[in-house]
Design a protein around this ligand. Structure first.
Ligand code: ADP
Ligand code: MN
Ligand code: MN
Ligand code: MN
Length: 339
């Protein structure tokens, strides 16, 4: 029996890339081969030389189609076998390998917002719902919008074998979160992209769209982030490495270099209000949800654990945030011999 492989890749749309996918029928027992696509339709090529290459890098059981069908995550290459400019995974690979000995792991909290037409799910046709207060982790039809989609998405992620660690309703109506990890840099980023694809695909069947827009409703409504929790072996074993990691992220040009690459529209979300720190002022602190980087209270008690970078936007590229954090923190821990 033949089976279906859904090839999934990240396109070249600016300023925020989109997910694309198409189906290949494979003979029973055949491995998913390298494939091609029309890059001129995905902002990855000009029309006159439009062939681009899809190289499978990971596969997962397809929870939508079931059976033997699979989802195939791909990197995009040029026909001369160099990584395409949009291929940020290719930039993470060498860093992940270089610092694998420090055993860096990530847990990323993906916030997102459902939309029905042009309004967030749960926003009335005219005007606004009741102000924020009861929606976060809420229950009941007056507080909660889209739970049936969220539950289906969670089941689909688990059936695909993804390392999802939880879900919750967020502060704005129609806004939700799932967490992926803790996993290695490449695994967490691969799986977050697959979980995003499954989110769009699952919601599609309900006639609902999902967006990673960091500020989907203007005004006094929370934005959507992708808090990035991070540790190395040394951080999981001692507090000196925790503090050194927080300090490393604050050195010199690092705060700006990170924030600039934490997703388009980060200035609009990191205002200093709505549980954020201003985008242009770096800070860290224990339990502080108004800091750029938070040390969870339990980590201070245990004197070991992990840190949470609260700055990344919901629309961040996980290949980029994990690369920057590994580069900045692991380089510093290496120099301090905290490995
Ligand atoms: P919050 O309290 O900020 O809402 P969440 O529970 O939503 O936190 O997410 C925390 C994430 O951090 C989870 O994905 C969890 O698996 C991850 N995590 C836990 N321990 C570690 C660790 N040592 N290193 C990296 N990530 C971790
Ligand atoms: Mn969370
Ligand atoms: Mn959250
Ligand atoms: Mn968080």
């Amino acid at each position: 029996m033949s089976y279906k492989a859904e090839y999934i890749w990240i396109d070249g749309t600016e300023p925020t890339a989109k997910l694309r996918s198409k189906t290949k029928i494979l003979a029973d027992g055949a491995e998913p081969p390298v494939w091609g696509f029309d890059g001129s339709s995905t902002n990855q090529a000009e029309g006159h030389a439009s062939d681009r290459v899809l190289k499978p890098v990971a596969s997962y059981p397809d929870p939508i189609r079931g059976g033997d069908d699979i989802l195939v995550l791909c990197e995009v290459f040029h026909i001369d076998d160099t990584p395409h400019e949009s291929n940020t995974r290719a930039l993470l690979r060498p860093l992940a390998e270089k610092y694998a000995g420090q055993e860096p792991i990530f847990g990323i909290e993906q916030e997102y917002t459902f939309f029905k037409g042009s309004r967030p799910l749960g926003f009335p046709e005219n005007g606004y719902p009741a102000p924020q207060g009861g929606y976060y982790c809420g229950v009941g039809a007056d507080e909660i919008h889209g739970r049936e989609i969220v539950e289906k998405h969670l089941d689909n992620c688990l059936a695909a074998g993804l390392g999802i660690s939880g879900i919750n309703a967020e502060v704005m109506p129609g806004q939700w979160e799932f967490q992926v990890g803790p996993l290695s840099p490449l695994e967490v980023a691969d799986q977050l992209w697959i979980a995003r694809w499954l989110l769009y695909r699952t919601a599609e069947d309900f006639g609902v769209s999902a967006t990673l827009d960091p500020k989907p409703a203007k005004g006094d409504w929370n934005g959507a982030g992708a808090h990035t929790n991070f540790s190395t072996k040394a951080m999981r074993e001692g507090y000196d490495a925790i503090i050194a990691a927080c300090e490393a992220l604050g050195k010199g040009d690092k705060p700006l270099e990170h924030v600039k690459n934490y997703g388009v529209g980060v200035e609009a979300r990191l205002t200093g209000a709505h549980e954020t720190a201003p985008w242009n002022e770096y800070s860290y602190g224990v339990s502080n949800r108004g800091a750029s980087v938070r040390i969870p209270w339990q980590v201070e008690v245990d004197k070991k654990g992990y840190i949470e970078d609260r700055r990344p936007n919901a629309n961040v590229d996980p290949y980029v945030v994990t690369r920057l954090m590994v580069d900045t923190v692991c380089t510093e821990l290496d120099a301090l011999d905290l490995v």
